[in-house]
Write a protein of this length. Structure first.
Length: 109
């Protein structure tokens, strides 16, 4: 009987308004985050669809030398040749019945 007493027009209106409010808040959040990212990067907002044609700065080069590259190359080599670590998949937990907190508590009593 409750279905007969429900004002379905008002129910659909409230559902539409609530969905509209949620989507407008999401759009507003995306716009605010976009503005914050532009401010954080220190760039001026460019018109929509305009992409800079030329990169003005030189590409960044790693100054770490060859140690990082050598470590990555060695890890890939060992992995590809099947010499990587084999994990057992067994988790061992040792329960310490009397921790230091427990001993300190016994000293105070």
């Amino acid at each position: 009987m409750i279905l007969l007493t429900t004002d379905w027009g008002q129910a659909w209106t409230m559902a539409g308004i609530s969905v509209g409010v949620v989507f407008s808040i999401l759009v507003l959040l995306v716009l605010v985050l976009a503005v914050f990212s532009l401010v954080a990067q220190g760039k001026k907002a460019s018109p929509a669809g305009v992409v800079p044609a030329v990169q003005k700065s030189a590409p960044k080069v790693s100054k770490a030398g060859g140690t990082d590259e050598a470590a990555v190359a060695m890890a890939v080599y060992l992995y590809m040749n099947g010499r990587h670590d084999e994990e057992s998949g067994v988790l061992t937990i040792h329960v310490n019945e009397h921790s230091l907190w427990h001993e300190e508590l016994n000293e105070r009593l």
